[in-house]
Structures are given as structure tokens and as C-alpha cells.
Design a protein around this ligand. Structure first.
Ligand SMILES: Nc1nc2c(ncn2[C@@H]2O[C@H](COP(=O)(O)OP(=O)(O)OP(=O)(O)O)[C@@H](O)[C@H]2O)c(=O)[nH]1
Ligand SMILES: [Mg+2]
Length: 202
């Protein structure tokens, strides 16, 4: 299968899980501890892998007010569009939750993955646990911190290509996500279908 050039990547997940922060850390090596509105366009990440150069075009989405936006824009349609209609169809999707918030993983299960499968069936997607620095850096530990094992299990149950986790704050795991993204569209669909279980990608 030919790798699309560029690779179009989008992110999904609840408000505040760190999607915009992740896209910024892919490209600008920048972290902002204040909330940045989802209005950053035109970001391109460049990746070298196996002596090949890849360009990943990044498309952000807002996690908040999703239902309200859909209600206004698509009052008659049951089928809802979760990505900006002006953006190209993504080649790979990162479905994100924060390891500090079980509710955001629950939304992945209840909302984001079903929307994704409905709108873009068969698209390669990765489950991404964000904010892993908060497992170590916050004292006392926030209640309900999610483990790596829970991420792996969710990815397997939901049919993701795999599970990755990261911190945009420390950059831990960020490059590994891009490395996996450039490989994703190369996997033949048949191979993906046959794959029985997801795994933690390190
Ligand atoms: N500690 C820590 N904070 C993070 C991390 N990633 C994001 N944040 C913080 O979490 C908050 C929300 O991050 P955003 O990237 O704006 O979240 P979002 O998913 O884009 O939110 P919406 O655009 O509303 O859907 C900001 O205050 C970020 O600084 C991380 O890896 N570690
Ligand atoms: Mg955002």
C-alpha cells in the first residue's frame, strides 16, 4: 500500500485532554500550561524513519460543546460530523484521553470510537493516553489515575491499532507517536483486520 503524502492526521477526544498541546509538541517543541483555544491551523510535523522523510499534516478538533455544535450544524442528521468539513479526510486518527480522568476514557468508549467507526470505517487509529507526567509529578496523586495496562486493555477491546501514552509537558512518548503514525497507513488493511489484539507500542 502506498503511503499517502502528506499523511493527514487528526485528533479526537474530550475537551481538555491535551489534543492541542500534543499537536504543538509534535511540531513546535512548545508546551503551554494555560489552555490554548483550538484554532491552530497549518501545523506540519516532519519525521525521519527508516531513511525516509515523512510529512504529517495536523488537524486539530475541539472536544468541548461537540453535541451543541452538531445540533446547530446538523439539526436533521443523525449522522454527525466530528471533524472540520473543510479538512481533508484523515489518514490516521489519534483518539485521546487523559490518564488523570477516567471520565475521558469512558467518553472514548461511549462516544469517540463509535463516531469514528461510523464516519470513517476502517481508518487506522491509535488510542493515546495523555498527561502521564501527572502520574509522578502531582502530590498527592489525583484519585482515579489510569494505568498503562488499562490503556492497553481499552485499545484491545475497542479495536485500536495500539495504545501509546505520552506527556506533552515532558515530551515523554511524543516522538514514538509520530513514528507509529508514519507506519500506520503502510499496514495493508487485510493485515489490520487479521490482527487479533492491540499492544502497547514502545
Ligand atoms: N501536566 C500536563 N498538562 C497537560 C498536558 N497536555 C495538556 N495539558 C494541559 O491540559 C490543558 C488542556 O490542554 P489542551 O491541549 O488545550 O486540551 P484539548 O484537548 O485541546 O482541549 P479542547 O481544545 O477544549 O478540546 C492545558 O492547560 C494544558 O496545558 C500534559 O501532557 N501534561
Ligand atoms: Mg484544543
Amino acid at each position: 500500500m502506498t503511503l499517502p503524502t502528506p499523511i493527514n492526521l487528526t485528533v479526537l477526544g474530550d475537551a481538555g485532554v491535551g489534543k492541542t498541546a500534543l499537536l504543538l509538541s509534535f511540531t513546535l517543541d512548545l508546551f503551554s500550561s494555560t489552555y490554548l483555544p483550538t484554532c491552530i491551523e497549518g501545523l506540519v510535523a516532519k519525521v525521519e524513519k527508516n531513511s525516509q522523510s515523512f510529512e504529517i499534516h495536523l488537524y486539530d478538533t475541539p472536544g468541548g460543546n461537540y453535541d451543541e455544535v452538531c445540533r446547530v450544524l446538523y439539526p436533521d442528521k443523525k449522522d454527525r460530523l466530528f471533524i472540520n468539513a473543510l479538512h481533508p479526510t484523515p489518514d490516521v486518527v489519534l483518539v485521546c484521553y487523559s490518564v488523570t480522568s477516567p471520565a475521558t476514557l469512558q467518553s472514548v468508549k461511549d462516544k469517540w470510537v463509535s463516531e469514528l467507526k461510523k464516519r470513517l470505517p476502517g481508518i487506522p487509529w491509535l488510542l493515546v493516553g495523555t498527561k502521564i507526567d501527572r502520574r509522578d509529578n502531582v502530590k498527592p496523586k489525583p484519585p482515579g489515575l489510569l494505568t498503562q495496562e488499562e490503556g492497553v486493555a481499552a485499545a484491545e477491546t475497542l479495536g485500536a491499532m495500539g495504545y501509546l501514552e505520552c506527556s506533552s509537558f515532558t515530551q515523554d512518548g511524543v516522538k514514538a507517536i509520530l513514528d507509529e503514525v508514519v507506519m500506520a497507513p503502510r499496514q495493508p488493511r487485510e493485515e489490520k483486520k487479521k490482527k487479533k489484539s492491540s499492544c502497547l507500542i514502545q
